[in-house]
Design a protein around this ligand. Structure first.
Ligand SMILES: [Zn+2]
Length: 359
């Protein structure tokens, strides 16, 4: 199977064991050739590339904003492998062959793994963020094949897409930074008060990319409570005031564990004593509601009276969340106002759901 056939074969290729072995064999051969070539290129000064290493682009409130070449390339290849990317008609000859090869690799080796839920994919993000200043990734360890692939198409990505995507990231950062500077102190205070939690002690790294994941952004924690957000700079839902809300929404994911934080434990206890089944992602609904409502209030106080929170704008309070939304609007809002404790608010919300027939 040629690399082009492999590229055109879609997701079914990951199940073809014989093709996979052939692919990995070709990949290993290519990796050896590339590894042999890079030191010579480095000696000639050809790998000292401009535009890499300026980190962060800006800092505002708790956030450090980055436009990282390697993280952008990684996510762009992932997007292309999902066949959601732009067509590659602007590539031809050896460039097209190398790019298609990398996309095929991502299709069968990377896209089966979710960028957010797979701890190994998270570790790749962490490593690429640490490697931001490198002009060439150092190939070693279990991710050697991925690093090889990124190195092999770095020049192609730089020539055809990086300038535009980097510019989009920087334009987003320039637009959002003043908003964050203005609203961050109050939003941080409000969120920690509502969740009775402590704000992450380290700066939160936010990497902007043309593509983040299917949702437009995701967040994971690593090390000793460090928070890493990946956010799309081009997704229409993550612009302007919505970007402000979603930055703090994502930061909340880093602040309160979805299954072991104070809110999650109280929901679990109240559901158990009421004999009510809760959706697995009910904490996420609280996160959507709280970040949206606080952003709406703070923007209104600053003279922006027409902000519609992300979850309302995108009609997220449906299906599993539908029967919970009304009571959160009443009791969780009272908790946000400071007139009802977290425990009492959750107890009333769960009792309300039971009254509506929840089991
Ligand atoms: Zn979320």
């Amino acid at each position: 199977m040629t690399s082009r056939e492999l590229a055109q074969d879609g997701r079914g290729v990951r199940h073809a064991t014989r093709s996979l072995k052939e692919f990995l064999h070709r990949l290993e051969a290519r990796s050896r050739a590339l590894r042999a070539l890079w030191p010579r290129l480095a000696c000639l000064g050809l790998l000292v590339l401009p535009g890499i290493g300026a980190s962060p682009v800006a800092q505002a409130g708790p956030f450090e904003f980055h436009s990282d070449f390697w993280l952008n390339l990684h996510h762009f290849l992932y997007e292309q492998a999902l066949q959601q990317g732009k067509p590659r008609e602007d590539l031809a000859g050896t460039e097209k062959k190398a790019w298609d090869y990398a996309v095929a690799f991502y299709r069968h080796s990377m896209t089966p793994h979710d960028l957010l839920d797979d701890p190994h994919m998270q570790s790749i993000d962490t490593e690429l963020a640490e490697d931001e200043t490198l002009s060439t990734l150092v190939v070693n360890g279990e991710d050697g094949a991925v690093w090889d692939m990124l190195n092999s198409v770095a020049a192609i990505y730089r020539a055809h897409w990086w300038t535009g995507q980097d510019q989009a990231n920087r334009t987003w950062i320039a637009a959002v930074t003043p908003l964050v500077q203005h609203h961050a102190p109050l939003l941080m205070r409000q969120l920690t008060t509502v969740y009775e939690a402590t704000w992450p002690k380290d700066p939160i790294r936010v990497d902007l990319a043309e593509y983040a994941n299917w949702a437009g952004a995701y967040t994971y924690t690593y090390g000793w409570g460090r928070v890493h957000e990946i956010m799309s700079s081009t997704n229409a839902g993550y612009q302007g005031n919505a970007a402000l809300e979603m930055l703090f929404h994502e930061a909340t994911h880093g602040m309160i564990p979805a299954d072991s934080g104070r809110l999650a434990i109280q929901i679990f206890a109240a559901a158990k004593s009421n004999g009510v089944e809760t959706p697995n992602d009910l904490v996420h609904m609280f996160i959507f509601y709280t970040a949206g409502e606080l952003t709406r209030r703070d923007l209104a106080a600053a003279g922006v009276s027409n902000y519609v929170p992300f979850a309302d704008e995108n009609r997220l309070y449906q299906q599993d969340w539908a029967r919970w939304h009304g009571s959160i609007e009443v009791y969780w809002k009272q908790h946000i106002d400071g007139t009802l404790s977290l425990n009492d608010a959750v107890s009333k919300i769960v009792a309300d759901a039971r009254g509506k027939g929840a089991k």
